[in-house]
Design a protein. Structure first.
Length: 245
């Protein structure tokens, strides 16, 4: 059978599973995170020793925060703070693919805005994501945005971007998320992204470290990567694991 590359999880996550996954990538909600097997994102999403997929969790969190009858400001605030702290280790290509497949103008505008912020911070990896939304500026809140901006100004993270957010709407406290060193100790994929860089290769290395029996095809599907990259990672992993102590 020909290899078919997976691009998105087979099913989305919400409710308690999503909250646990958000905790699993370092967002400080008052629940236990997905550090145990079989907890977290379901429906085929990668789960490495209980560690949730980072980009899946980010996208599902933005949908949860934006697509309710009223925006979930707590979720969106922590999500924006997390992105500001950890964007360096996000797989920008994967996040761009995921957000690009979403049909919600609000979700696309939100990620375009966060990407523009990081692009201004000199991270050019997010340039394509920043261009994802080209429509009129969206207001995060359905009412009161103009008044709040006149009174408090715009949130500098979203200023001039695809979405308008008043400065007093989304709190930005770094204590709401784990710092990089702490998350690297908890989340094996994040740790390998720190070592190798935010790439499919890093994710594959983390998966192989957990399960050395995976074929190249299975490894690629678990990490949404290509077969060629998975084959090379298995080769390189095998070389290193045969090295003497």
């Amino acid at each position: 059978m020909a290899f078919s590359r997976a691009l998105v999880p087979a099913a989305s996550a919400g409710g308690d599973a999503l909250t646990a996954a958000m905790v699993g990538i370092g967002m400080n909600f008052a629940v236990s995170g997905t550090r145990q097997p079989n907890i977290g994102l379901t429906g085929g999403a990668p789960n490495i020793s209980g560690a949730p997929n980072i980009e899946d969790t980010l996208l599902f969190a933005s949908i949860e925060g934006l697509e309710r009858e009223k925006p979930d400001l707590r979720v969106l605030a922590i999500l924006a703070t997390w992105f500001g702290v950890h964007a360096t280790w996000v797989n920008a290509d994967r996040l761009t693919r995921l957000a690009g497949m979403n049909t919600s103008p609000r979700v696309r505008a939100f990620w375009s805005a966060l990407a523009s912020w990081q692009e201004q911070e000199k991270d050019r990896r997010f340039a394509r994501l920043a261009r994802l939304y080209a429509g009129p500026r969206q207001d995060l809140l359905e009412t009161g945005t103009e008044f709040q901006i006149k009174r408090y100004g715009e949130d500098p993270r979203f200023a001039g971007s695809a979405i308008r957010v008043a400065a007093n709407v989304l709190r930005d406290r770094t204590t709401d998320v784990l710092p990089p060193a702490a998350l690297a100790r908890r989340h094996p994929t994040y740790r390998w992204r720190v070592v190798i860089g935010p790439s499919y290769r890093a994710d594959m290395w983390a998966v192989l470290e957990d399960d050395t029996t995976l074929s190249a095809a299975a490894l690629a599907r678990k990490t949404y990567g290509s077969f060629a990259t998975a084959w090379r990672v298995r080769r390189d992993f095998g070389l290193l694991t045969k090295l003497p102590d």
